[in-house]
Design a protein around this ligand. Structure first.
Ligand code: SMG
Ligand code: MG
Length: 377
């Protein structure tokens, strides 16, 4: 299901990039570390009609993937934004092609493409959700829970989120913090929809240990092995009853096709940043849907910009499982948009205003900015 009606072209006058530091309401711990402040790059595309906003979802360090703030900053300012400004007038669907010669750097590309898309759709008065092919006006909201001090603290934290109305829980695991943590949550809350996410912390040698998780009837185990371990994921999948879901490994629609063919993914986590943009994310959705593989929308602790875009993406028909599209308050006491995403009866609404359907809180944006550059044509 490609984009039904392309967006009109836009003329690019410049790009403004900012690095933001936004405090998290509580530390977020995964198998690769703890974040207390979200470092993220916000992109503003300057066009004659309207500004467009995007977000580059890298982290400060290359721990989730090879990209990180300063790599994205450098490649965006040195190569990607200049190539787009040289093209000057283009349709948002042409952005990926202009950036294609530059290998990798998918999160940086995704952030720029989103800003161009937002500008184009705002100028047309069209909503991003309608453009992508959304079929729902709200999406069920799951929450990703970081590793806590101990299983009791994890149970407390999960209980709080269930009380808020989140419809699905995902807990982060790592070696030494897997079976006991999962057991504690199952014991405390019974048959809630529950997933675990290892962020590549295991190897195939851990298959027996990971098979112990089978008794918890998890919805899935997310990315147990390394990003490039497709064959090992397929081997692991044959030894587990728990469905294997890939996150880090799925860097494109082609990678999704390959993973499915190998039997490495029974479920796919779709993240626009990881695959180079929302348009490629739609293609990942499409190949999975054609193959009968359910998908869900992942998260990268997005600000109100990326969170609005994710809600729209998660409203596509193949997103049959609740994603990590939580309320802004899950991570932030103060967001950079005037109306941050809220949880309503376990759902997050898909914005309907022009473009991403958000307005930037300029004061908050300025308060959180630690670095800023304007590139004009
Ligand atoms: O945005 O709710 C969110 C975060 C969801 O757990 C989450 N993301 O591997 O799926 C994942 C992690 C990656 C985040 S590390 C910065
Ligand atoms: Mg993940």
């Amino acid at each position: 299901m490609p984009i039904a009606r392309p967006a009109a072209s836009v003329t690019l006058d410049g790009f403004e990039l900012r690095v933001l530091h936004i405090p998290l309401v509580s530390p977020f711990t995964t198998s690769f570390g703890t974040e207390t402040v979200r470092e993220v790059i916000v992109v503003r595309a300057l066009t004659p009609d309207s500004d467009g906003w995007g977000e580059i979802v890298t982290q400060a360090a290359p721990l989730y993937s090879s990209e990180y703030t300063q790599s994205a900053w450098d490649v965006a300012l040195r190569f990607l934004a200049p190539a787009l400004l040289d093209a000057r007038t283009l349709e948002p669907e042409q952005v990926a092609g202009v950036l294609e010669p530059f290998v990798g750097h998918r999160m940086a590309k995704a952030g720029l493409e989103l800003a161009v898309l937002d500008a184009a759709l705002r100028a047309e008065g069209r909503a991003f959700g309608e453009y992508l092919g959304a079929v729902r006006d709200a999406v069920p909201s799951g929450v990703s829970v970081g590793i806590q001090a101990d299983p009791a603290a994890l149970v407390d934290r999960v209980g709080g989120y269930l009380d808020e109305g989140y419809v699905r829980i995902k807990i982060k695991i790592k070696p030494g913090r897997d079976v006991a943590d999962t057991a504690a949550v199952r014991d405390a809350f019974g048959a809630i929809p529950l997933r675990v996410d290892a962020n590549s912390a295991y190897t195939l040698a851990d298959a027996e240990l990971l098979a112990e998780l089978d008794r918890f009837d998890l919805l899935l185990i997310e990315q147990p092995l390394q990003e490039d371990d497709l064959v090992d994921h397929a081997a692991l999948a044959r030894r587990l009853r728990t469905p294997v879901c890939l996150d880090e490994s799925i860097v494109s629609a082609k990678a999704a096709t390959d993973a499915i063919a190998l039997g490495a993914a029974a479920v796919v986590n779709v993240k626009a940043g990881r695959v180079g943009g929302y348009l490629e994310a739609v293609r990942v959705h499409d190949v999975c849907r054609d193959a009968g593989i359910p998908v869900w929308c992942g998260g990268m602790l997005e600000t109100g910009i990326g969170r609005a875009a994710n809600a729209a993406l998660a409203a596509l028909p193949g997103f049959t499982l609740p994603g990590d599209v939580s309320a802004s308050s899950r991570f932030y006491a103060r967001d950079i948009v005037t109306e941050p995403a809220v949880l309503e009866d376990g759902h997050v609404r898909v914005p309907t205003g022009p473009g991403l359907g958000i307005e930037i809180d300029q004061v908050a944006l300025d308060d959180f900015t630690v670095e800023r550059t304007l590139l004009r044509r």
